[in-house]
Design a protein around this ligand. Structure first.
Ligand code: NAD
Length: 258
């Protein structure tokens, strides 16, 4: 699938995996819509790569429609990469046997709302717009890449909310691809391992934490680079024969309970 002369939406595009993907897509000739909550970083990146920033909470339908319309106004919308997401770690129960110290249910709902419902919200609205595209010679009208996590398969202690949300993203991949095959839109999913992005915070404590994490990686023994995620995402978009796939990019790590 050709990316040059098309538009692409990258949610969470202002930072980390989304930022690297936005840069790679722009290098491939796509007009990129950086759809994020972070206006300062998002505007700066969009300016640098000749794209457009749209202030967008992926859980807000009107804002997602605004991002989709902005993309289609720039060029036919053929690509979506969903990177918007949040991490959260809390154990299911507290230590004191009190109901009040069980996992906060609103926090659980919030993680599901952003990571899972938000991802699906973007898919359903972007694919609706893609359905009006003139197809390429393969009948292709677009492609979607969603971002889950290895935590969908090897969730650690404290990751019930996060792993539930990412397991949902993996789970929707096949039925989404089946639904969208009717309009010639492919859907794939990436499960990143430990990739060095601002999601781990910054400063000395965060560098120590990342060094400990890196020691558990099989090979190469380091955290991944966001560009390694981005080139995979762009391959999943542009290679028309990859569909309904969920693929780990994790240098062989299998996360332990903690
Ligand atoms: N970095 C990793 O090691 C890793 C591993 C597995 C999965 N992931 C997943 O990859 C995705 C990107 O992570 P990252 O490491 O680049 O994180 P990041 O924190 O660097 O970037 C996430 C971006 O998403 C945006 N965002 C958050 N909530 C949003 C919302 N409701 N609407 C729109 N934008 C929103 C943030 O503003 C931020 O710019 C996340 O879904 C994360 O769960 C990351």
């Amino acid at each position: 699938m050709e990316l040059k002369g098309t538009s692409a939406i990258v949610t969470g595009g202002a930072s980390g995996l989304g930022e690297a993907t936005a840069r790679t897509l722009a290098n491939r000739g796509a007009h990129v819509i950086v759809a994020d909550l972070n206006a300062e970083a998002g505007e700066a990146l969009a300016k640098e790569i000749g794209g457009t920033f749209v202030s967008c909470d992926v859980t807000n339908t009107d804002q997602v429609i605004a991002a989709v319309d902005a993309a289609a106004a720039a060029a036919p919308l053929f690509s979506v990469v969903n990177c918007a997401g949040v991490g959260w770690a809390t154990r299911t129960i507290g230590k004191d046997g009190e109901y009040a110290s069980a996992h906060d249910l609103d926090l659980y709902r919030r993680v599901i709302e952003i990571n899972l419902v938000g991802t699906f919200n973007v898919c359903r609205l972007a694919a609706t717009k893609m359905s009006a595209n003139t197809p390429d010679e393969d009948g292709c009208r677009g492609a979607i890449v969603n971002t889950a996590s290895v935590a969908a398969e090897d969730g650690q202690i404290g990751q019930v909310a996060y792993s539930s949300s990412k397991g949902g993203v993996v789970g929707l991949t096949l039925p989404l691809a089946r639904d969208l095959s009717a309009i010639g839109v492919r859907a794939n999913c990436i499960l990143p391992g430990l990739i060095d992005t601002p999601i781990y915070g910054s400063g000395e404590a965060s560098e120590e934490f990342k060094a400990r994490l890196g020691a558990g990686v099989l090979f190469p023994k380091r955290l991944g680079r966001s560009e390694e995620f981005a080139t995979l995402a762009v391959e999943l978009l542009s290679n028309s024969y990859i569909n309904a796939e969920s693929i780990r990019i994790d240098a062989g790590i299998r996360m332990q309970p903690k």
